[in-house]
Design a protein around this ligand. Structure first.
Ligand SMILES: *[C@@H]1O[C@H](CO)[C@@H](O)[C@H](O)[C@H]1NC(C)=O
Ligand SMILES: *[C@@H]1O[C@H](CO)[C@@H](O)[C@H](O)[C@H]1NC(C)=O
Ligand SMILES: *[C@@H]1O[C@H](CO)[C@@H](O)[C@H](O)[C@H]1NC(C)=O
Ligand SMILES: *[C@@H]1O[C@H](CO)[C@@H](O)[C@H](O)[C@H]1NC(C)=O
Ligand SMILES: *[C@@H]1O[C@H](CO)[C@@H](O)[C@H](O)[C@H]1NC(C)=O
Ligand SMILES: *[C@@H]1O[C@H](CO)[C@@H](O)[C@H](O)[C@H]1NC(C)=O
Ligand SMILES: *[C@@H]1O[C@H](CO)[C@@H](O)[C@H](O)[C@H]1NC(C)=O
Length: 493
């Protein structure tokens, strides 16, 4: 205990001399912060067995895509049923059911959830392809989290309560675990609070409350056997601003996961929730940084000396080599926790494809999501078929190798291939904006001398998902305050 305190004071002293900008409530900051986004295969991440070949890389991405796409579609189909049964009003139903027949990786709830449950509860899929460093606590501890636009709660592997000498001696951040005991800003929430009983029921808080001041606990389960058990807490998060100064965000809701296990949770120290929800870190941080966050993704096959970025607040267009930024409506709160877009259609080589309107209707059975955690783009059959047919036609001189690579339907020997042979694909938004991805974002490199059409089939009814490979070499700005998405081609560096 004595050592623990001593350690704490030494750190407080050190930090006393560090200049912090402390955000007071309601205060916005004009500077931004830029965090490196590390691709799953970009660097040696701890516990991760790196794939040895390009093909193995892609196979891994396809496997996690399958899990994620099923989970997204299941979550939203349940949400849709709920919406229609409540006449589209966001009515919360007192419910103890929620018997989801989960696909792999979906979080299933523990029967002991408290209070009511709305279908706005986020899905922490435990998958995701980009990782980000997170500085949390006082003094700061550094963790590596999955940056996930499909998750609401931000949680981390965590050790709470310094019960005895030995545990206090643990050095900071050993093994990627947040040491809550040595953080002077760590505050648990009482299980008797309304926050715990009602609000956090969305995030699977437990009803168990042996005594009023006990911490509010959660239990997330993923049906691939993974689970995360822990406590809700408020913490301080530290950012490095673009001018090098430090800034801190107070009372950020985080999960302190005391026990996690299972395959999907091994790679990172936790998850950073970038989804659209009242509890997401993205919204909390965006509020302080001008109401927006953005990211810029480089090709996932790029060498290690170039990085993708996650930016809160203002960005430097010059350093991002961002030319022209276009805007389209960001549809918020309709397909929770996701960021949805209003697409009007897809054209290939200047010809608008014949795709029924209901495919794109976010208020109906379809809609489109922009997701950072899915690699490939998935389209529902009425969109998938015409897109594939048009692209295959242009590749008729390159016969299908009929390779068995996940769900990829058309792969060819790329000897003699030239991108100019492929007509350009354009996503047209309802409001007139157009997104014209690079050819290599949909005719993708799969192996030496092998390319494939990078679309997979999604289930209808359900949403289509624009994955992160399609988003590469573009800058994406989630302007929450103005419900709009900005995008522009960029080298990101
Ligand atoms: C979950 O994934 C594992 C391993 O990938 C597989 O063996 C199992 O059948 C899957 N379960 C379901 C319900 O899809
Ligand atoms: C739920 O919690 C109660 C006490 O709060 C406990 O008695 C019961 O066994 C728990 N049920 C499950 C399924 O965990
Ligand atoms: C946040 O909470 C408010 C008030 O409870 C609610 O009206 C709003 O829809 C919520 N927003 C999200 C994104 O869940
Ligand atoms: C990154 O490294 C590659 C070679 O590995 C080199 O060709 C490229 O110019 C480097 N890029 C930058 C931005 O340094
Ligand atoms: C933006 O980046 C460019 C190039 O890196 C740099 O010269 C310029 O000073 C930066 N501007 C600001 C406001 O940081
Ligand atoms: C296929 O190759 C032939 C002969 O080189 C050429 O005339 C034709 O235009 C090519 N077809 C396509 C769709 O590129
Ligand atoms: C592609 O075709 C070339 C020549 O036609 C051949 O040498 C090469 O082995 C083929 N590659 C694959 C992956 O089939």
């Amino acid at each position: 205990m004595v050592k623990c305190r001593l350690q704490r004071w030494v750190f407080l002293l050190v930090f006393f001399f560090t200049v912090f900008i402390n955000f007071s409530n309601g205060h916005e900051i004009s500077l931004g912060t830029k965090l490196e986004l590390i691709h799953r295969h970009g660097r040696n991440l701890h516990n991760e067995v790196q794939p040895t070949s390009q093909l193995e890389r892609l196979t891994q991405l396809l496997q996690s895509d399958t899990v994620r796409i099923n989970a997204i579609s299941q979550k939203l189909s349940l949400n849709h049923r709920r919406r229609t049964s409540t006449n589209r009003r966001n009515v919360q139903e007192g419910t103890s059911i929620y018997n989801l027949a989960c696909t792999n990786g979906t979080r299933i709830h523990n029967l002991n959830v408290s209070g009511e449950m709305s279908m706005n509860s986020g899905a922490d899929f435990g998958t995701g392809q980009y990782f980000v460093h997170f500085e949390v606590g006082s003094p700061v501890q550094k963790l590596l989290l999955i940056a996930d636009t499909g998750s609401d709660l931000t949680w981390m592997n965590c050790k709470y309560r310094c019960r005895g000498g030995d545990k206090c001696k643990r050095s900071l951040n050993k093994g990627g675990t947040f040491q809550a005991d040595i953080s002077s800003s760590f505050r648990t929430l009482p299980c008797s609070s309304r926050m715990c009983r009602v609000k956090l029921a969305d995030l699977f808080s437990l009803a168990r409350c042996p005594s009023a001041k006990d911490p509010c606990a959660y239990d997330y389960r993923y049906n691939d056997g993974s689970s995360a058990l822990g406590l809700f807490a408020k913490e301080k998060v530290t950012f490095t601003l673009t001018d090098g100064r430090k800034a801190r965000l107070h009372n950020v809701l985080v999960g302190c996961s005391e026990s996690t296990n299972g395959p999907s949770l091994q790679i990172a120290d936790g998850i950073m929730g970038l989804g659209y929800s009242n509890y997401s870190f993205a919204l909390r941080a965006a509020k302080k940084f001008g109401g927006k966050f953005s990211y810029c993704l480089v090709d996932h096959l790029s060498s290690n000396n170039v990085s993708s970025y996650l930016i809160f607040g203002s960005h430097n267009d010059t350093s991002l080599k961002l030319n022209k930024i276009r805007y389209t409506e960001l549809v918020l709160g309709v397909l929770p926790t996701f960021y949805a877009l209003n697409i009007r259609g897809i054209s290939i080589g200047g010809t608008m494809l014949d795709i029924p309107h209901e495919v794109w209707d976010v208020n109906g059975l379809g809609g489109t999501i922009l997701d950072s955690g899915t690699s490939l783009t998935s389209l529902v059959p009425p969109a998938y078929e015409p897109v594939m047919a048009a692209l295959k036609k242009s590749l008729s001189n390159f016969s299908n190798l009929n390779l068995d690579i996940g769900q990829l339907q058309y792969c060819f020997n790329s000897t003699g291939f030239d991108e100019s042979l492929v007509p350009r694909l354009i996503f047209h938004f309802e409001d007139g904006a157009r997104f014209r991805p690079a050819v290599k974002s949909y005719v993708i490199d799969v192996d030496v001398g092998v390319k494939c059409l990078g679309f997979v089939l999604a289930n209808w009814p359900g949403p289509s998902v624009i994955g992160n490979i399609m988003q590469q070499n573009y800058f994406w700005e989630f302007d929450i305050k103005n419900s709009r998405l900005g995008f522009g081609s960029s080298t990101c560096i």
